[in-house]
Design a protein around this ligand. Sequence first.
Ligand code: PEP
Length: 251
Amino acid sequence: MSRRPIVAGNWKMHGTVSSVEQLVNGLLESELSALNCDVAVCPPALYVAQVQQLVADSMINVGTQNCSPFEQGAYTGEISAKMSADIGCKYVILGHSERRTLFAESDEVIAEKVAAVLEAGLVPVFCVGETLEQREGNETLDVITQQLNVVADKIGNDKLVELVIAYEPVWAIGTGKTASPEQAQEVHAAIRRWLASRSESAAAEVRIVYGGSVKAANATELFAQADIDGGLIGGAALDANEFYQICKAAG
Ligand code: PEP
């Protein structure tokens, strides 16, 4: 079964009104629509409305980088999954290692957020990944299985098919160190086996994307792997041409 690749840009906490306009215009001038690839950009929440307006007539989808586990109420500073849906987003990145480490998000909180995003009718881009210490201690697959199990137990196996899963080794994010295509494929294949143990349709349909210092120069080799269905792109997503070249490698 062939899965349509997806490439999503995680802009993290970068941008201004003018740089956002420039970046999106650069993407609109590229030939993304000719590619066999779903494309999404995830700006900081304050710029989502601006990006939505700019991409309105294009195939570029928009996502947010986080959401509250709560639906609404007295949660100062939070943004709900339903708000992301209301403004027209399609995706929400959840479980990113920066949220896990810098903002102490536990597997349980992430699972609640994944459930909230599904409830709002959006697609969670659910990130898993091991630290360097865990990789060197041969714990990679155990760590990832634990991260996956907590979410699956919360949402139920029937909902797994609605996820995009991002494998992002923590040691490769923003470091310039990329997992080799073989290292990445090994983990992606393990994630797909885990999906099969929960739901055959999820194993066949869920896109498992790789993230961690993906650039135009290494994207083709990574995306050629059987179980790598695209990428979650940080730094390189801030350059329109580089991001386009990565999408081209996927699609
Ligand atoms: C990310 O933040 O999801 C990421 C993969 O970052 P980078 O591409 O910069 O390593």
